[in-house]
Unconditional design. Structure first.
Length: 160
C-alpha cells in the first residue's frame, strides 16, 4: 500500500518543475486533489477495514475532515507559490511573512487533526482513530516531501 501512495503522490505533484501560471497551477492542484481524494478514500477504506456500522459513522466524519483539510493544503501551496515568486528577490520581511504563514498553517492544521481525532475516537474507537491518523500523517509527510523536492533552496539573499 505504501508504494501505491508514493506513486500517486509523485505522479500528482511532479508539476512543480514546469513553468506554469498561478491559475494553471491552481487548476491542476484542484484536479489532483479531486483525483487523489477518490484514491485516498479507497486506500483508507482498505486499511481501516470498518464494519458496516462503523463505516456508517466514520465516512461522514471523514468527508467533513477532508473538506476542512483541503483548505490547509491549498494554503500550503499558496505559501510555496509566494516563496517561489520571491525566491530571487527574497527580503527579510518577505521571509518573515512566509515563515509566519507556514507556522500558522501548521498549527491550525494540527488543531484540525486534534478535533477530528476526538470525533473519530468517540464515534467508532480510539484504535481506528489512531490508524486513520497514522495513514493521514504518512500521506501528508509524503506530500510535503514531494513538494519540498520541487522547491529551490535560497540563493544569496539580500541583507535587510
Amino acid at each position: 500500500m505504501k508504494k501505491t501512495i508514493i506513486a500517486l503522490i509523485f505522479a500528482g505533484f511532479s508539476f512543480g518543475a514546469t513553468a506554469q501560471t498561478k491559475q494553471q497551477m491552481k487548476e491542476e492542484l484542484a484536479y489532483i486533489q479531486e483525483m487523489w481524494g477518490k484514491e485516498k478514500k479507497t486506500l483508507v477504506n482498505e486499511a481501516l477495514k470498518l464494519s458496516a456500522a462503523d463505516a456508517e459513522k466514520f465516512w461522514p466524519i471523514y468527508d467533513a475532515y477532508q473538506v476542512e483539510r483541503q483548505a490547509y493544503g491549498q494554503k500550503r501551496m499558496e505559501v510555496i507559490m509566494m516563496y517561489a515568486d520571491n525566491y530571487e528577490t527574497m527580503t527579510n520581511e518577505k521571509a518573515k511573512e512566509i515563515g509566519e504563514m507556514t507556522m500558522k498553517n501548521n498549527q491550525d492544521f494540527d488543531k484540525l487533526q486534534t478535533k477530528y481525532f476526538k470525533k473519530v475516537s468517540k464515534s467508532i474507537s480510539p484504535i481506528k482513530a489512531v490508524q486513520f491518523f497514522q495513514i493521514e500523517n504518512y500521506i501528508d509527510t509524503q506530500i510535503k516531501a514531494a513538494l519540498t523536492d520541487n522547491v529551490p533552496f535560497f540563493p544569496d539573499v539580500k541583507k535587510n
